[in-house]
Design a protein around this ligand. Structure first.
Ligand code: CP
Length: 301
């Protein structure tokens, strides 16, 4: 594993190895030492969890971080290209973690440099490190990844986390319910890939019909920044609002997940229910990202 660009590049064995290492690092981070190693964070888009949890992961393993937080104050403002910026970062660091609004940007950068590159989100395309931490979170909450019934809810068109998650879960024979407004349905190329893999899925606009039979409700924010037309966003922005009342007859094991940030799609009254799992999910990002950094830097035992 030289880079981490897309879930489609990872074998099931590699996914299972990363899950095992994340669990082991959660118990004992002292087993990996990344001292004198430097991670370059190249974030051309806003982030709280992904960048901070990568920084926390690197520093808790003894490593160092240099960070480009947005393009303001960098030479991108003077017109420096992505390729040139990445080539410079590769001379200052041992691994690049990057987020960029352009689909395919991380793969492009991985072809320009000879150090590992991690895709921390490329436009509406993929967010593989989020999916790996999501798998880890699902495994911890359900005890298994096999044969789960999941509702993926909200913006399935522009939400890169759900695109990656569909591929990440596919080897574990899930039953997917894709719940979205019709205009924000899961892209056809992903549905077509799922059909080829013989994965069961249904598309619906109605969450209340399935809420009591699912194991995981994975809620996403309507991605305002990716809508070409503001009026279209206004039409769908309140499509799903999860409340404690909606969950009152949910299965005991059911967990609500969300990659965060949330806007209004999960009421704060859900936070104190046994179903809320999104803050644990964000914490799990540190353990999974430690596993990813250690593996790509050749330090995983
Ligand atoms: N889940 C996630 O990607 O959050 P950030 O945008 O805050 O990094």
């Amino acid at each position: 594993m030289k880079n981490l660009i897309s879930m489609r590049d990872l074998s099931v064995d590699k996914i299972l190895q990363l899950l095992k290492l994340a669990a082991s690092l959660e118990k004992d981070p002292s087993q990996i030492n990344l001292s004198r190693r430097v991670m370059a964070a190249m974030f051309y888009e806003a982030s709280t969890r992904t960048r901070m949890s990568f920084e926390s992961a690197m520093k808790r393993l003894g490593g160092e971080v240099i960070a480009m937080v947005g393009t303001s104050g960098t030479s991108v403002e003077k017109g420096e290209t992505l390729a040139d910026t990445a080539k410079i970062m590769a001379r200052y660091s041992d691994i690049i973690v990057m987020r960029h609004p352009m689909e395919g940007a991380a793969r492009y950068v991985s072809e320009q440099v000879d150090i590992p590159v991690v895709n921390a989100g490329d436009g509406a395309n993929q967010h593989p490190t989020q999916s790996l931490l999501d798998l880890y979170t699902i495994l911890k909450s359900q005890g298994s990844l096999e044969g789960l019934k999941l509702a993926l809810v909200g913006d399935l068109k522009y939400g890169r986390t759900v695109h990656s998650l569909a591929y990440a879960l596919a080897p574990f024979k899930p039953e997917f319910h894709f719940v979205s407004p019709k205009s924000l349905a899961m892209p056809n190329h992903i549905l077509s890939d799922l059909r080829k893999m013989d994965i069961q899925f249904k598309e619906t606009t109605k969450l209340d019909k399935i809420v009591n039979s699912i194991d995981i409700m994975y809620v996403t924010r309507i991605q305002r920044e990716r809508f070409p037309d503001r009026e279209e966003y206004e039409k769908v922005k309140n499509a799903y609002i999860i409340s404690a009342e909606l969950l009152k007859n949910a299965k005991d094991n059911m967990k609500v997940m969300h990659p965060l940030p949330r806007v209004n799609e999960i009421n704060t009254d859900v936070d104190s229910t046994k179903y809320a799992y999104y803050f644990d999910q964000a914490e799990n990002g540190v353990y999974m990202r430690q596993a990813i950094l250690a593996t790509l830097l050749g330090e995983a035992k």
